[in-house]
Ligand binder design. Sequence first.
Ligand SMILES: Cc1ncc(C[n+]2csc(CCOP(=O)(O)OP(=O)(O)O)c2C)c(N)n1
Ligand SMILES: [Mg+2]
Length: 310
Amino acid sequence: MMMNGFPRGHCMSVHERWVAGRLRWSADALEQVARDVRCDILTLLANAGSGHTGGSLSGTDYLTAILFHEAAIDPGQPNWADRDFWHVSNAHVSPLIYSVMAERGYFPLRDLLGFRSFEGHLQGHPSAHDTIGLEVSAGSLGQGLSVAIGVALAAKMDGHPRRCYLCMGDGEQQEGSVWEAAMSAAHYKLDNLLAIIDVNRMQIDGPTDKILNIEPLADKYQAFGWHVINIDGHDMNTILAAFEEARSVKGKPTVILAQTIMGKGWSAIEDDYTWHGRPPTKEEADEALLGLDANYGGWWARLEANGMMP
Ligand SMILES: Cc1ncc(C[n+]2csc(CCOP(=O)(O)OP(=O)(O)O)c2C)c(N)n1
Ligand SMILES: [Mg+2]
């Protein structure tokens, strides 16, 4: 049986298996998936009537690229021992996490309709006990980097080629625990660790520079011993080039500062922090989906076409 392009049962080295677990889709293909993911996010939020819209839409492009291009994973066997580690520490963007996971095949798309319901397996803040494929339960900001460092350090000690992908918010950088972790990642020379920060310049109560200024972020990470790459977080080619650059860095961890726009893809709410934790109504979702050449009813039509109606 073929899954992710590698045969089951075939005797491959750890390195061969690890390389084969990557999809490596092109930037064009990734842009199409990212568009579908944005449609999923808007639809599931409107359906649930609660959840976080702004950061879900700002992080869509790089998380899509991690799961559909970069990371060695196999949603068919989420506990595959040689998998890469990926984790989103700014976990309130669960609509994004679940949408990318559904598109990648961890679970059926229709499950997104159970977002934030007791009966569903997709809780408002991610629970690794409920959702197969999640590595860590999350929601309390400032913890994810430490977890990723533990996995990266263990991989080094085991001599395993595993890479660790860790996403954080920019407001999350205000947590002191992030900097203690950043210091130790450089100390242990974790070049198998790539952090991606969603620099959308906004957080729950306003612009980050008004709440508690985190800049100059590049200088800070550099001073903490990291390799820093500053990119347009909505440009797929640039995202893929940054992933490639990170792979070539030896002896230190890398951080990508992804300059993004909160609410990206729905022009009416872009750069508006009041959409940090607010869902669209069904009417607003319809309007937003129009901008993505879709509509609210069309999402169900897609389920029907795929034999996935609940
Ligand atoms: C330790 C901790 N403190 C406070 C919160 C509440 N909280 C949830 S999201 C958020 C803002 C985070 O800002 P950012 O990381 O920039 O996310 P964005 O608003 O861009 O989605 C806060 C303060 C939390 N989840 N965890
Ligand atoms: Mg932010």
